[in-house]
Design a protein around this ligand. Structure first.
Ligand SMILES: Cc1cc2nc3c(=O)[nH]c(=O)nc-3n(C[C@H](O)[C@H](O)[C@H](O)COP(=O)(O)OP(=O)(O)OC[C@H]3O[C@@H](n4cnc5c(N)ncnc54)[C@H](O)[C@@H]3O)c2cc1C
Length: 470
């Protein structure tokens, strides 16, 4: 009997220097002791001594670590993480990110409160003409948006994965060889960095039975399966240490700026961190002008961040839509590698974690807890569930972005609408809890009328402005 190992970049078989014989050095695992263990109904049983394993090609990222946490021991007897590292175990490759997470993520992923820098309960939405609308008035006392530093969140998740029995491998995934049959392994090639190699990279291989590609927007796993490209935005962010007295203003408050100056198709933000703020913006359509948009965002927040010192600069692609292909054989993509960031809000942390978990669950279930080799159909269940659950969310946010981020008058209308308590409640409820909240029919009707009114006014204003600029 074999057991199932969920790995984020690891096999039950130990990583070893590249060797043609490595394939045969298979480690047997302990029998499964899960209560879910049921009599075998194999569609394809494993060859003797072959232990099915799954793998995600990255670590330190929510999607990866969530994948491991789906099934702590004894359900999964061994787990491991491959984390990218340039040269040494101590170097950090934390994701570049604003770090805003919804409340439901804290509970769902059991995050400790001390890794949350700030609990944002107030949000200012600031229009192109600098009209500021306070949103968050409908929040209940226990509700907030969590602000984390990714280096803190990722390190916590990695350590927890390790404490749950995962082996963390410092290594850069390079490529993989495809299996020769439905039961033979994928051979992953990576450069390993550890104390044995003295900080100098060493080429190694690893054999695994399934791969969860959680390696972000520039995913090499996606390339390995010819997953195709997606349109992407570029996001730019500066961490700015501002004087303590200025930090008081951002105690529990975040700002979102909209306008052609800060971004033609997204928004600029100031998010509070432990002792500094993150100021950033993004764009799909005018990537070459990102620094100019960043300057404009800083300028808009100028009086509040005056005297600040830039302590870190970050820039990274953000996917705009899922890749044409997210699955091939026993390889599935999750998080940014798959392309799961929402339009309009640019949110991706929760979706990365959630997709990692869903994918891992599908593998655990499909393998019948390790008794059976998984096949493409098992992993496809994750995609089906994902699309069914989140497709409406992505679609609604896509439409909102197209409606409201297209011109300054439309943005003024958007900010005006945000003053409505009903809009705030609906927006916060769906953001914080990631579920579509049933509305009140009368309020829905009022909202529809107000939206149309705002858009008509925005359109009329745009036409007037076009005439002026002719
Ligand atoms: C500036 C900016 C601000 C953002 N702000 C927010 C926000 O406030 N809230 C929000 O929800 N989302 C935000 N996002 C989006 C969010 O950061 C991503 O959607 C999220 O990080 C995706 O997680 P992931 O685990 O899929 O990928 P990533 O976070 O990109 O993690 C990928 C991991 O894989 C590792 N890796 C990559 N290649 C390899 C390899 N070859 N071998 C081994 N490891 C590898 C990387 O080191 C990294 O640890 C922001 C994005 C940007 C760029």
């Amino acid at each position: 009997m074999t057991s199932f190992a969920l790995k984020t970049f690891v096999g039950l078989r130990q990583a070893s220097p590249e060797s043609p014989h490595h394939h045969h050095s298979i480690a047997l695992t302990k029998p499964i002791q899960s209560p879910l263990h049921s009599p075998a109904k194999y569609s394809e049983s494993l060859p003797e001594n072959r232990a099915p394993e799954s793998l995600a090609a990255t670590s330190e990222s929510p999607s990866l670590v969530a994948a491991q946490l789906v099934a702590p021991p004894p359900r999964l007897s061994r787990k491991a993480v491959l984390r990218r590292s340039s040269s040494s175990a101590s170097s950090t490759t934390a994701s570049q990110c604003g770090g805003a997470i919804p409340l439901c993520m804290v509970g769902e992923f059991d995050l400790p409160l001390d890794i949350i820098d700030r609990r944002v309960t107030k949000m200012k939405m600031i229009s192109p003409s600098n009209v500021a609308v306070d949103i968050g008035q409908t929040l209940k006392p226990h509700e907030y948006i969590g602000m984390v530093r990714r280096e803190v969140l990722d390190a916590y998740l990695r350590d927890r994965a390790s404490a749950c029995g995962a082996s963390v491998i410092n290594g850069l995934f390079l490529k993989m060889d495809m299996p020769q049959s439905s039961t033979s392994p994928y051979v992953l090639h990576y450069t390993g960095y550890d104390s044995k190699s003295g900080g100098v990279g060493e080429r190694r291989t690893l054999e695994v039975d399934a791969v969860i590609g959680a390696d972000g927007a520039n995913s090499r796993v996606a390339k390995s399966i010819n997953a195709g490209e997606y349109e992407y935005a570029i996001a730019f962010q500066e961490r700015i240490k501002i004087p303590d007295e200025k930090m008081v203003y951002y105690e529990n408050l975040a700002e979102m700026y909209v306008g052609d100056d800060v971004s033609p198709d997204f928004y600029g933000w100031v998010f509070p961190k432990c002792d500094h703020v993150a100021v950033g913006t993004g764009t799909v359509t005018h990537k070459g002008d990102i620094k100019q948009f960043q300057l404009a965002t800083r300028k808009r927040a100028e009086d509040k961040i005056l005297g600040g010192k830039i302590i870190r600069v970050e820039a990274h692609p953000i996917p705009e839509h899922p890749r044409p292909r997210r699955l091939s054989g026993r390889v599935a993509l999750v998080g940014d590698a798959a392309g799961y960031v929402t339009k309009c809000s640019g949110e991706g942390i929760y979706f990365a974690a959630k997709s990692g978990r869903m994918c891992a669950e599908a593998i655990v279930e499909g393998s019948e807890n390790g008794k059976r080799m998984v096949e493409e159909g098992d992993l496809r269940k994750y995609l089906e569930k994902w699309d069914k659950t989140y497709w409406p969310t992505y679609k609604v946010l896509d439409v909102l972005q197209k409606l409201f981020y297209r011109s300054n008058p439309a943005r003024e209308a958007f900010v005006e609408m945000c003053a409505d308590e009903y809009v705030q409640k609906m927006t916060f409820d769906s953001y914080l809890y990631k579920r579509v909240v049933p509305g009140n029919p009368l309020d829905d009707l009022k909202l529809a009328v107000n939206t149309i009114g705002s858009l008509v006014r925005a359109n009329a204003l745009r036409k007037e402005m076009d005439k002026i600029s002719v």
